[in-house]
Ligand binder design. Structure first.
Ligand SMILES: [Fe+2]
Ligand SMILES: [Fe+2]
Length: 379
């Protein structure tokens, strides 16, 4: 049985000092090397035995899109105006970056004027889109690895389309950051740790669990919220298309792992539960956006404490798990091995999502690329 110490490097999940002690110390590096040596599997069985994956693969072939020609890059983005619109919306709801319930008196923030709050909005946006871009590269690399390691031909076919999707996602976020926003951030250390752990695990299903179920499950929820909230038409369009792809990717994880996990021993399932828990904690840690607080020149620990004390922000952050928890349930990970993962997700405050829609079929409804094409033909 692994302890918290073994799994996440600290005994208390909310230990702020320990969370902040993990930082990216190599921000100038251009390459990051990870040693991984999973078995590469050829298969000589070319029979199409996984109908759900066949269907997904066909969908992926027809719903490809092109960053250069399907996105209207002539749309101008005034980042300060976008931030001001967000601030106005938050104020209407009784708060700003923090909700009205948080007392800022005596903190660094008490001295802030509009100028600093706007700058925070700009930095937060640059940071958020940068982390998405890095995460997309993680997905690109993980999925290329799945092509290599998964034993079924239907999964190799499908994964190859996802590799193309992820290249497109890295491309689209990089282009948006470079041409419409105002600066990149290096990868957050918690996100890097998670990606490294996923890539170095030699078991092919762990790549799926870490990437397709956890990282992409969270990304799908995050893109959904951002798509709902943003008033910026270019980003809205980009997210709409990226989500069409991501819904397929999460479905790929659910559809591939479902039968496989049904055959595993309880000791093997427990290892998967522990990996899911570790991934959940890393992603929660990364959302504290410690690099933004540093750049804004405020006391990082104080800022993170305020974020953790802000009920509205906590509610929002737990909602990022609204796809992950039902998918883990569908895979049988919540209640196996005496409900170990159920207990951990309860402690993290995310168990309430267990009966939300899982993502095995949702990709059909979310295919906005197909909808636009049908509308164009009909039009
Ligand atoms: Fe992606
Ligand atoms: Fe993806």
């Amino acid at each position: 049985m692994s302890s918290n110490e073994d799994l996440i490097g600290r005994s208390n999940v909310n230990d702020i000092e320990a969370i902040l002690s993990v930082a990216n110390t190599d921000v100038e590096a251009v390459v990051h090397a990870v040693r991984s040596a999973p078995d590469t599997l050829f298969t000589w069985d070319y029979d199409r035995t996984k109908p759900a994956l066949v269907k997904l693969y066909e969908k992926a072939k027809t719903s490809q899109w092109n960053v250069e020609t399907d996105i209207d890059w002539s749309i101008d983005v005034d980042q300060e105006k976008v931030v001001l619109a967000n601030v106005a919306q938050a104020q209407e709801n009784g708060g700003g970056f923090f909700s009205g319930s948080v007392d800022l008196s005596g903190t660094d923030f008490a001295k802030w004027t509009d100028k600093e709050w706007i700058q925070l909005g700009i930095e937060s946006q640059n940071w958020t889109l940068s982390q998405f871009m890095h995460g997309e590269q993680g997905a690109l690399i993980c999925t290329a690895q799945i092509v290599q390691t998964v034993p079924w031909i239907d999964a190799k076919y499908y994964a190859s389309t996802q590799v193309m999707d992820e290249a497109r996602h890295v491309e689209v976020f990089a282009k948006y950051l470079d041409t419409k926003l105002s600066g990149h951030y290096p990868i957050n250390a918690h996100l890097q740790m998670l990606l490294d752990d996923i890539i170095t695990d030699a078991r092919w299903d762990m790549t799926y669990l870490g990437m397709q179920i956890m990282v992409e499950g969270l990304a799908l929820a995050a893109f959904g919220f951002m798509h709902q909230m943003t008033t910026e038409p270019l980003l809205k369009r980009i997210l709409r298309y990226v989500m069409s792809d991501e819904a397929r990717h999460v479905a790929f994880g659910v559809l591939s792992l479902q039968d496989f996990y049904a055959e595993l021993s309880s000791a093997e399932i427990r290892e998967r539960q522990e990996f899911a828990f570790e991934a959940a904690v890393r992603m929660r840690d990364r959302f504290l956006q410690q690099e933004v607080w540093e750049r804004m020149g405020v006391d990082v620990k104080q800022a993170v404490q305020l974020v953790m004390r802000d009920d509205t922000r906590q509610l929002f952050q737990s909602a990022l798990f609204s796809k992950i928890v039902p998918n883990c349930k569908k895979l049988g990970l919540l209640d196996a091995a005496d409900g170990w993962l159920r207990q951990r997700f309860t402690e993290l405050g995310v168990i309430g999502f267990e009966d939300w829609a899982d993502t095995g079929e949702e990709y059909i409804a979310l295919d906005e690329v197909a909808k636009d094409r049908e509308a164009a033909v009909a039009g």
